[in-house]
Design a protein around this ligand. Sequence first.
Ligand code: BG6
Length: 511
Amino acid sequence: MTSTNDNPLREGVRLERTADPCTVIIFGASGDLTKRKLVPALYRLTQEGLLPAEFAILGFARSKMSHDEFRARMKDAIATYSEAKSVDETVWESFAKGIYYLAGDINNPESYKEMSALLDQIDGERGTAGNRVFYLSTSPTFYSEAVAQLGAAGLARPEGKGWTRIIIEKPFGHSLESARELNVDVAKVFNEDQVYRIDHYLGKETVQNLMVFRFANGIFEPIWNRRYIDHVQITNAESIGVEDRGGYYDTSGVLRDMIQNHVFQVLSHVVMEPPMEFSAGEVRDEKIKAMRAVRPIPRDRVNEFVVRGQYGPGSVGGKSAAGYREEKDVKPESATETYAALKLYFDNWRWAGVPFYLRSAKRMPKRVTEIAIHFKQAPHMLFSETTAQQIEPNVLVVRIQPDEGITMRIGAKVPGQVTRIRWVNMDFRYGASFGVASPEAYERLLLDCILGDATLYARRDMTERGWEIVMPILEAWQEAKPDFPNYEAGSWGPKAADDLLEREGRRWRRP
Ligand code: BG6
């Protein structure tokens, strides 16, 4: 399959949307995310011509630094972390003029006064018209304080001075209770339509394509239900371990870090009903409606539905890998899970009785995220018994990363005098069809926020629903000591996870 359009994604964006002048204020400007993702994404949007000339970035953090020092750091960051791994001097020159820095203390009202004055100055110098995006990318323990201070300083809803939005990085809470508290604190200061809770999986091209695939094609929706689908598997495997994030990860684990947010967001795109229109309200209404149908997992039966694991030493990609408990900043007796597999049911007409198996883990043999829709067998078999034994169900695989694409596995006759069946793939690959790399998730999401489009951001109710679903699991796990480590780094996880499917006559895919 090839496309006749050079770059349909970019063209579409250019034609349909124009970003307002604005300033993006980054809290946590000396942190990792700023240099790895945020500034490279904003630079790239500038390079693509998707941001106006009247644009500025204000970095805010505790370390003392001049504007120029911050600019130099950001230039290095772009050279190191942007996809091109280089900086275009012409683009940089105008981009750099819009970069400012303010050293301050999140807890100190004086810092917000300075910020307010500097923002007015930037509006004057850059023509940013009082439009502001505050980006919270600090440790989450500061979120409520930062929001309250912004409110107290009159920065949350400045009267008659353009628009104000706030992006909140993950993790959004550590439990249902803390997520609710944070939502309440945020709602005291900002209206919900100003709040953009980021989940970078929603910015991934293939996740967005799921909606196009389901709702722009007439042929899939009629079979996208319990009559034709046997079960669904969502795999989110990472080959990396916890790297230098052991301190954070050991208080989190994969259920909190990946499943209640990213994996559930992907899942909601698979299970939702068609929205009336492609708008933030309608799309997010359908997603939450679908997720409300998740059958609660009873706390005393968690073991029937969920498996947890933690990697021990092993080898990944031919290199030996330490066990989780030996990683930096991880407790030697840690009970934190680096693997989780769940079985969920949806109590609604479309999905009644269809199991959804989800798994997410670190230190798997490879990095792969995919959704596999396993269809039911053909209802009546025409072929001889031996041929029939070769029959497998059809599987539709949506590959989210890497090698983004969609594959349909079908049985085909092997050429020859006898009827033999072989399983072959009908393939669509992004790379081959469009010939352009998909934009980084952060580019799309930052641009959407500047454009005022919250469709690909998590709404308040969805963040809380994710926690509601996982809380009984977290609570049950706290009560029982796990038998960790229970899988080798570089393997596909604990045996109990295979059993979860095998006792129902099914198997995990080996992607
Ligand atoms: C982050 C998690 O949200 O997502 C990390 O905190 C994880 O633990 C990362 O590695 C995975 O993102 P991606 O885009 O590489 O799949």
